[in-house]
Design a protein around this ligand. Structure first.
Ligand code: PAF
Length: 289
């Protein structure tokens, strides 16, 4: 595995691979790797000749009161995991390398943004699309891999790629879970042991809701309040949102039809956890919500 920290070195390296017609699979991350990231690398490894992973904790996607400074980092461990997972090129720039001075053109996400995580995290997705635009231009991947746990991020990135004709295929990779159902996340380390025991209730609430929808519940508000009550009863966390939309458009639904996302965010003392499930539904008579 080659580790590259400078833009010029990455450009040269990628130029050579692109010239030789290799397919490049790209896994952008902020590090502190877990099974979820490893599943993205595995997908990339299975379907491309060259696998590039970036580790960059992007300051632009953190709000002033968010956890940029205490975002978990462990570069030595990440490098080992990346090497064992057969990454070819690990790109680890510093912030000066990625953001030299003030941006003269800023990116601003307009659609699918003032809901779910975007509602509370003003400017977060502007930061995400900015860094990904830079990274896509540098790496020039044929495919880029994203976890479905951050479903809103995937929907927004798909919009970016479509709007600006990026020649990259966005590959959605299913959420990786602990044995008890908790979605893997770098932020799970912030949970106290008590909270860690409670946290699987997040996924359970989604599964229960899915069962209710599949067995004929037609009211979104009944589903949402059922999930909120469940989290309230089973955990010490505070529900930040439970929302239901069409996927990937992220528009309100008027009938149970097509791909639908149920998404939830729960705030524990030091960890804010998100999860979702996407369900495919056939239009049924009288299923207006
Ligand atoms: O999902 C993440 O880890 C980040 O938002 C990403 C895509 C690497 C951009 O910084």
């Amino acid at each position: 595995m080659k580790t590259i920290t400078k833009l010029t070195a990455l450009r040269e390296e990628m130029h050579q691979h692109n010239q030789s017609g290799c397919s490049i699979g790209f896994v952008p991350t902020m590090g502190y790797l877990h099974e979820g990231h490893l599943s993205l690398i595995k997908e990339a490894r299975n379907n491309n000749e060259i696998v590039v992973m970036s580790i960059f904790v992007n300051p632009l996607q953190f709000g002033p009161n968010e956890d940029f400074n205490r975002y978990p980092r462990n570069i030595a461990r990440d490098r080992k995991l990346a090497e064992n997972a057969d990454v070819d090129i690990l790109f680890m720039p510093d912030a000066d390398e990625m953001y030299k001075g003030i941006l003269s053109v800023e990116m601003n996400v307009k659609e699918r943004v003032n809901i779910l995580c975007g509602k509370k995290r003003e400017g977060h997705f502007d930061g995400v699309v900015t860094v990904l635009t830079k990274l896509f231009h540098l790496v020039q991947p044929r495919r880029a891999y994203f976890g479905l746990k951050d479903a809103q991020q995937i929907a927004i990135v798909e919009g970016l790629v479509e709007d600006y004709f990026f020649p990259v295929e966005i590959v959605r990779v299913p959420t990786v879970r602990e044995e008890d159902g908790l979605a893997r996340s770098s932020r799970n380390v912030y949970l106290s042991s008590e909270e860690r025991n409670e946290a699987p209730a997040i996924y359970e609430s989604l599964i229960e809701a899915k069962k209710k929808i599949e067995s004929g519940e037609v009211s979104t508000s009944a589903i949402i309040s059922g999930m909120k009550d469940f989290i309230h009863n089973e955990t010490s966390g505070r529900v930040e949102y439970v929302e239901i939309y069409s996927f990937p458009e992220l528009t309100p639904i008027h009938e149970w039809d097509g791909e639908i996302i149920l998404a939830i965010a729960v705030q524990f003392q030091k960890a804010r956890l998100i999860d979702n499930i996407i369900i495919s539904l056939d239009k049924k008579e009288n299923q207006h919500v």
